[in-house]
Design a protein around this ligand. Structure first.
Ligand SMILES: Cc1cc2nc3c(=O)[nH]c(=O)nc-3n(C[C@H](O)[C@H](O)[C@H](O)COP(=O)(O)O)c2cc1C
Length: 178
């Protein structure tokens, strides 16, 4: 298991958008999958979430191409060798905020585990929004019936190391009611 002190991990994590092309080690992937399974989800409805671990270069390219067609931006998966997509099954007609929050929290749990393991990662929502515009690409993902892609995380080795950052204390506004 790769270990980094919790606050050091939180301060070190940042979006990595350049990858060497090398995949994370199996041990690092195992740690990231543990974080996937350990995440909290709304109402404990684990059966309403699904992860797709994509390493097939043809599928990664299909998603990139879809994003480029929809948004006119190439390389939205940054050439990372692994993309973990989180999909949710809507409890009602469309996905609700708890569905998106659960998927996002799973992704963030994995991002922290990746950081602790020294694996590069970046949240991916833009390319997933594009993906949802092209059912033909979604069909390539073999999702269980009723699941809709929400968000994901790209992963891979990167040149460099994580180091704890100074975090400004006023990035997010706070009001205090004492
Ligand atoms: C909900 C969410 C969606 C995001 N979507 C993308 C994305 O599609 N592509 C991307 O490159 N970064 C994406 N990011 C990363 C943010 O741009 C990044 O976390 C933010 O600018 C802060 O930078 P840092 O992560 O390096 O601290 C996303 C982050 C979050 C939390």
């Amino acid at each position: 298991m790769f270990v980094m002190e919790t606050m050091a991990t939180i301060r070190s994590r940042h979006a990595i958008r350049q990858y060497t092309g090398a995949a994370p080690s199996p041990a690092a992937m195992a740690q990231i999958e543990t974080a996937l399974q350990a995440a909290p989800v709304a109402m404990g409805a684990y059966d309403h979430l699904h992860a797709t671990i994509i390493t097939d270069p043809a599928i990664l390219k299909a998603i990139d191409d879809t994003a480029a067609r929809q948004f006119g931006r190439a390389n939205m998966l940054y050439g990372a060798p692994v993309f973990i997509l989180l999909s949710a099954k809507p409890a009602h007609e469309t996905l609700g905020n708890a569905d998106y929050a659960s998927a996002g929290i799973v992704v963030h749990n994995m991002a922290l585990a990746a950081t602790a393991a020294g694996v590069g990662c970046c949240y991916i929502w833009g390319a997933v929004a594009a993906l949802n515009q092209e059912p033909a690409t979604v069909a390539k993902l073999n999702l269980p019936a009723g699941f809709v892609p929400c968000c994901g995380l790209v992963l891979g080795e990167f040149a460099g190391d994580y180091a704890p950052r100074e975090i400004p204390s006023d990035r997010i506004g706070i009001n205090r009611l004492a």
